[in-house]
Design a protein around this ligand. Structure first.
Ligand code: GAL
Length: 957
């Protein structure tokens, strides 16, 4: 071969999609054609610029013995402990000058080499193709010294014909990968920039007479119960589906009675497309997607998306995911009642779509396209409105549609994300509509819906969504006829998102609202030896967006966060309501397609949170949308006069592919009587003895009125008013939301540094009263706070009265008392659990008896922040104390102070001190979703208002 000493790198900055690759086609695993995975250990050399090294490495016989080794699929910046560079995280800013199509001269370039032996029995007939499933961002490829071509489009498949180049025995595959290219301008998604060959590389035998491409059309007519199958193939053959008795020629439609495919009932039929040279396995799902009466309907029924946005992420491997990780995502989604995924913001690994077909999830398949960084210049020079780029956009659209068209789970094609508007998008939509009229087109950036079949928005407030639901939003005439989805809402960054139940109520109330997709599935934290999980800035990036990349419903290791538990409850497909006093339960089937025959129902009755009796409940197999009233059994006879409640659960009646029999799908709880409140007659009198005052079991400092001990339990820091919380990402808000970022406003006011002025300590006849004023330096607002202690000789009651004074223009983060205990580990409580809850994230908080430890109460948000509160607590026991609330309270305990939590940037900044800090709160401010959306709704504000609340302390020994 010949090569230049100064390599040509013009293709890197060329707006075209590339050259040499085959036209896109359906992606599948053949039944009988051979394939050879070229995944594994590859040689790697990273250079600082695109042209630093000549092309001689591609030549046969090149000795790469001194090169490093990396694993393919993989990103080189996540391998080699930083030796090959580091990841960069930006949300929408391009990490290079906006100078399209040019990229910096500093352009990390990874030369990859793989030597492989062609198996001795590799068939000699036909041809072969080499397939790359994903390379970021631009690759140039040689086989045995011959150049095959170059391509862009990182999360799309590219194939090259290689039949004539393959040799018996040793073959050398060389791939030059550039981190930056013209393609990078089209790939400005909010995620880590991670160069590399991050998806599979495969050599595929293409026998003579094998199909190049085929398109499975499988529709369902809900009026007749019949499906029509037609498989178009560029090479003729026969299509067989044994379970349906189908044996038909390609291109011929055939109509037979079938069970339809839906996300709830993912019936797939195995079939085969047999051509002269190959047998191609088919997994056929019959369903029809239409826009009708202003609604998205599948098989004749409007559907409601209970969805999530999924980026591909693994804390060690980045976007190089293995099958088991993909399956874990799907199983977790199914187990948490999700029914839909938007593949934000690029087509996923094709195996993920197979899993969606198999387990049942509606999919919005999104093209690998985002040009968000152009917003910084008012969208000037935006590639999607510049004809020179249109071929690249059409190439991306075609590579998505052709690769993925045979997946029944896909109901929408999405043009991309946050790319403004322009002629290129229109061209993509037109092409897609023409190529696949059997699916709908989505794109959020097009509020006039010129190119789309659905009105889609992100982070619209509840108020706006309600208006859209009532068709009061105006818009173009076309938009008014379209259904609405929130392709992103509920920003799951840190603690939250709040307000999901309120959105769901709207989605279920207004027909036009067809649900939404939480932003997003997983925190993109990078596993890091010192920091736990790294986020933006941790690799020394000059531009970055911090922990905005950690905004998922699952933590980086895929442990569900409280946000996922909340979402599961909010979207449960069965509504269980009841009236515990008259023993009636109403069950409503909220599925779109499935009846309730897959579920079994159970009732249980609790006294003071402990289950005293349980049994099964006969609920009819209601059709979707139907409700039934069911009677509970007679309440169990129980002498105890405690608080009674019923809990009814809907469980899987049998094992399914995604969860075992007994898995809880939905539940409801209803009180069967009022909670008896703790009553403590104030019979004891405070007694002064030197510098101490004794009252019942408690000792106080006579001068300050501070509680020192209760019985044998020393109180390390006395209870006093606390209004501060380590602000959450949602409290801090997004930088563009200036007016209502309470995290900032609270700090400006000084709520994180309140001072306590002692006014008086009064030992009266039946109470010790401590009067104080709590206020921040430099401000005139304050909280008059009175602590009134009483006792019946054994127990101690604290009543706190708070009266705000001055002009309070902000809500309070929290209102309660904080104190310190020298020792505490095990925690038991009767109240909401098992996980954390806040005023607008409390749907999943189930009242019961729960146990944990202080460490177990913490929610490990990647960036530490307020967490771990338990709602509706009647009583809690820890550190030798029992604390009862009048009324119920919010309970939090941690081994560090709120101030330490507030200062921490990573989990590893938090180290246990020698005090356990306990917060007993009368109120908490809501959470909302303001890290990228609306704040808490007004009803979840903790207003600065007069309040009074009590706690009763006793010892457990
Ligand atoms: C949206 C965007 C997402 C993500 C999110 C914030 O605007 O589409 O990619 O950036 O905001 O996390």
């Amino acid at each position: 071969m010949s090569y230049r000493t100064t390599p040509s790198v013009d293709y890197v900055e060329d707006v075209s999609p590339g050259s040499g690759a085959l036209p896109p086609r359906a992606w599948y695993a053949s039944s009988d054609a051979r394939s050879l995975s070229l995944n594994g250990s590859w040689r790697l050399r990273v250079s600082a610029t695109a042209d630093a090294e000549d092309e001689s490495f591609a030549e046969e016989g090149y000795d790469a013995g001194n090169w490093a080794e990396v694993t393919v699929p993989g990103h080189w910046v996540l391998q080699g402990d930083g030796a090959f560079g580091s990841p960069i995280y930006t949300n929408h800013l391009y990490p290079f000058p906006v100078d399209p199509p040019y990229v910096p001269t500093e352009n990390p370039t990874g030369d990859h080499l793989r030597v492989f032996d062609l198996p001795t029995d590799w068939p000699s007939d036909g041809g072969a193709v080499l397939r790359f499933d994903g390379v970021e961002s631009c690759a140039r490829v040689w086989l045995n010294g011959t150049e095959l071509g170059e391509f862009k489009g990182s999360r799309l498949a590219h194939e090259f014909t290689v039949g004539e180049l393959l040799k018996p025995g040793r073959n050398v595959l060389a791939v030059r990968v550039h981190q930056w290219s013209a393609g990078s301008y089209l790939e400005d998604q909010d995620q880590w920039w991670l160069p590399g060959i991050f998806r599979d590389v495969t050599l595929l035998h293409r026998p003579a007479g094998s199909p190049g491409d085929f398109f499975v059309h499988a529709s369902y007519d809900h009026t007749t119960g019949e499906g029509t199958l037609r498989v178009d193939s560029d090479v003729e053959g026969r299509v067989t589906v044994p379970a349906l008795g189908i044996d038909v020629a390609t291109g011929e439609p055939i109509t037979v009675a079938v069970e339809p495919w839906t996300a709830e009932t993912p019936r797939l039929y195995d079939g085969v497309l047999a051509t002269e040279g190959e047998r191609v396995p088919l997994r056929i799902g019959f369903r029809t997607v239409v826009l009708e009466d202003g609604l998205v309907k599948v098989n004749g029924r409007a559907i409601l998306f209970r969805g999530v946005n999924r980026h591909e992420w693994h804390p060690r491997h980045g976007r190089a995911l293995d099958l088991e990780t993909m399956r874990e995502d799907v199983l977790l989604m199914k187990r948490h009642n999700l029914n839909a995924v938007r593949t934000s913001h690029y087509p996923p690994h094709p195996a993920f779509l197979d899993l969606c077909d198999e387990y049942g999830l509606w999919v919005i398949d999104e093209c690998d396209l985002e040009t968000h960084g152009f917003v910084e210049q008012d969208w000037r020079d935006n590639p999607v409105d510049d004809e020179r780029w249109t071929p690249a956009l059409l190439d991306r659209a075609a590579r998505m549609v052709e690769r993925d068209k045979n997946h029944p789970s896909i109901v929408f094609w999405s043009l991309g994300n946050e790319a403004g508007t322009g002629r290129g998008l229109t061209a993509m939509a037109e092409w897609i509509h023409g190529r696949d009229p059997e699916r709908l087109v989505h794109y959020e950036g097009d509020w006039n819906c010129r190119d789309t079949d659905v009105y889609s928005r992100m982070y619209a407030s509840h108020e706006e969504v309600a208006g859209i639901g009532q068709r009061l939003d105006g818009g173009t005439h076309k938009r008014r006829e379209l259904p609405f989805i929130q392709c992103e809402y509920g920003h799951a960054m840190g603690n939250g998102p709040g307000g999901l139940a309120d959105y769901q109520e709207l989605f279920e109330k207004h027909e036009r609202l067809q649900g939404g997709f939480i932003w997003e599935w997983i925190d993109h934290g990078v596993e890091h030896a010192e920091l736990g999980y790294a986020y933006g800035g941790d690799f020394g990036e000059e531009l970055h967006d911090g922990n905005f990349v950690c905004d998922g419903l699952v933590f980086p290791d895929r442990t569900p966060s409280p946000g996922l538990i909340e979402y599961k409850k909010v979207i449960e497909p069965v509504l269980i309501e009841g009236d515990g006093t008259n023993g009636t339960v109403w069950v409503t089937n909220k599925h779109d397609f499935a009846d309730l025959s897959a579920l079994a129902f159970e009732w249980s009755c609790q006294v003071d949170g402990e289950t005293v009796e349980s049994g099964s409940l006969a609920v009819p197999a209601l059709a979707p949308g139907e409700s039934a009233e069911v009677k509970l059994p007679e309440p169990p006879v129980d002498g105890r006069g405690g608080e009674r409640q019923w809990t009814v659960r809907a469980l899987l009646a049998d094992d399914t592919s995604w969860a075992a029999k007994g898995h809880v799908v939905a539940w409801g709880q209803f009180a069967a009587g009022a909670r008896p409140l703790p009553s403590i007659p104030a019979t004891d009198r405070p007694v002064r003895d030197g510098d101490r005052i004794t009252l019942g079991p408690a000792g106080f400092d006579a001068r300050t009125g501070a509680l020192l001990s209760i019985g044998g339990v020393a109180v390390g820091a006395a209870p006093r008013l606390d209004v501060w919380r380590a602000t959450t990402d949602n409290d801090d808000g997004a930088e563009w939301q200036t007016d209502t970022r309470y995290g900032m406003l609270w700090r400006t006011l000084g709520l994180h540094r309140m001072r306590h002025r002692l006014v008086s300590v009064e030992a009266g006849d039946d109470a010790l009263t401590v009067r104080t004023r709590v206020a921040p330096a430099a401000r005139e607002v304050g909280l008059d706070t009175v602590y009134r202690w009483t006792s019946d000789g054994e127990r101690l009651r604290l009543t706190v009265s708070v009266t705000p004074e001055g002009d309070w223009t902000v809500p309070l983060p929290r209102l309660g008392v904080r104190f310190g205990l020298p020792e505490a580990d095990r925690v038991e409580w009767f109240g909401g659990g098992p996980g954390e809850a806040y005023p607008d994230t409390r749907a999943a908080s189930m009242v019961g008896r729960w146990q944990s430890t202080v460490d177990g109460l913490q929610t490990p948000y990647v960036r530490p922040q307020e967490n771990g509160a338990r709602a509706d607590v009647r009583w809690v026991e820890l550190g030798g104390l029992r604390i009862e609330g009048d009324p119920e309270f919010w309970f939090t305990a941690r081994r560090w102070t709120t101030e330490q939590l507030d200062a921490a940037r990573h989990r590893t900044d938090l180290t246990a001190g020698d005090t356990v800090w306990v917060n007993l709160d009368h109120g908490l401010h809501g959470i909302g979703s303001q890290s990228c959306g609306p704040g808490p709704l007004p009803q979840y504000f903790l207003k600065a208002e007069p309040a009074e609340f009590s706690f009763v302390f006793s010892t457990t020994e």
